[in-house]
Design a protein around this ligand. Structure first.
Ligand code: NAD
Ligand code: UFG
Length: 340
């Protein structure tokens, strides 16, 4: 890696961030995590230290607070930033758009201003496949048209646009806009994973709770999509693979010019019914489900063309669906879900 100094990881206590911090520490990086615990718990921090066998700096604070950001940059020699901090629930974003624009957009503007002031122009940003809207075809390439249908998606698109504008205005910025597809699974240790608050919106956390007997059945949203079995198709990606994608992006930043969008997905699509079958193989018993209506705003199919990630980052996903199910189920069963 050509980047010197510490890596600032905003949102490093969250689902993807915590896995990424473990990988960064394992690679010998000095790490500073900034998180306000709005969607994470402090108990994740000692788990990261246990898994990495190394310490890191933690600063509790809000990425929207310029004073906190400036103090982090003053205290530490930050060579690059991985920016996870933000709100991510699509439904909630339609009810609380201002919260989403403040956290995701204003937070990023303040971060970029601070980076500029301290001469740090290396950024890895958490974008999302949601910026492709309803794609005309699959697999999805980075050159496809972009659109957004809800405030969450619009906040990601706006941040991508402002990164492109910033990079065009001033030489030296190297920004990887990582467009994640559907991150699932957990750390194989059972110590890190996703702990959604309330009723999960996403398929895998919900399905795991049904498999564990905590919910009566899964409702499959739609049976008449133009897909092989009629249910929605997505590109599910193991969170450990995704975390490693961030290290690959850091390592490749020096070769990027400006703000470059890069898909992080496996390139394979699985339907909701295939996901149920895969988890049934893992848990060894049937998982109750029934068809329901389509969920408003859902698209039929979404999976990546991952060629650019392979070419620019030298990264590709290696963990398969059974591994995603096994590690997700291990996390669900470990009890860590409830404690974290
Ligand atoms: P997460 O909610 O688990 O992690 C986000 C972390 O950021 C949390 O620890 C939260 O406490 C922190 N945070 C939020 N707002 C903050 C603020 N203003 N100041 C400081 N800390 C703040 O989410 P995740 O699944 O790990 O997602 C990480 C990023 O990836 C997000 O930007 C999300 O939009 C993006 N993303 C996630 C998915 C997904 O399916 N999980 C898909 C595409 C993109
Ligand atoms: N699904 C069900 N039942 C459920 C939950 C989901 O059938 O209870 C189906 C959905 O209809 C979809 C698939 O499972 O076909 C996956 O749904 P998720 O909610 O897990 O994921 P999405 O692809 O809809 O959305 C996710 C993130 C968004 C992000 C988008 C694109 O939640 O934030 O991927 O990256 F924008």
């Amino acid at each position: 890696m050509h980047i010197t100094g510490s890596i600032l990881v905003t949102g490093g206590a969250g689902f993807i961030g915590s896995h990424t911090v473990v990988e960064l520490l394992a690679a010998g990086r000095e790490v500073v995590v900034l998180d306000n615990f709005c969607n994470a718990k402090p108990s994740v921090l000692p788990r990261i230290r246990t898994l990495a066998g190394r310490d890191f700096t933690f600063q509790e604070g809000d990425v929207c607070d310029k004073g906190t950001l400036e103090s982090v940059f003053r205290k530490h020699d930050i060579g690059a930033v991985i920016h996870f901090a933000g709100l991510k629930a699509v439904g909630e974003s339609t009810r609380l758009p201002l919260d989403y624009y403040r956290n995701n957009l204003s937070g990023t503007i303040g971060l970029l201003e601070t980076m500029q002031a301290f001469g740090c122009r290396n950024l890895v940003f958490s974008s999302s496949a949601t910026v492709y809207g309803d794609p005309a075809e699959v697999p999805i390439r980075e050159s496809f048209p972009l659109s957004a249908t809800n405030p969450y998606g619009r906040s990601k698109l706006m941040v991508e646009d402002l990164c492109r504008d910033l990079a065009a205005s001033e030489a030296g910025w190297r920004i990887a806009l990582l467009r994640y597809f559907n991150p699932v699974g957990a750390h194989p240790s059972g110590l890190l994973g996703e702990d959604p608050q309330g009723i999960p919106n996403n398929l895998m956390p919900y399905l795991l709770q049904v498999a564990a007997g905590q919910r009566p059945f899964l409702e499959v949203f739609g049976q008449d999509y133009p897909t092989p079995d009629g249910s929605g198709v997505r590109d599910y990606l193991h969170v450990v693979d995704l975390a490693k994608g961030h290290l690959a992006a850091l390592g490749a930043l020096h070769g990027l010019q400006g703000a470059v969008p890069i898909n992080l997905g496996t390139g394979k699509g699985y339907s909701v019914l295939e996901m149920i079958q895969a988890l049934e193989r893992t848990v060894g018993h049937p998982i109750p489900w029934r068809f329901g209506p389509r969920r408003p705003g859902d698209i039929a199919q979404c999976y990546a063309d991952p060629t650019r990630a392979q070419e620019l980052l030298g990264w590709r996903a290696v963990l398969d669906l059974d591994c995603m199910c096994r590690d997700g189920w291990n996390w669900q069963q470990s009890g860590a879900v409830a404690q974290i």
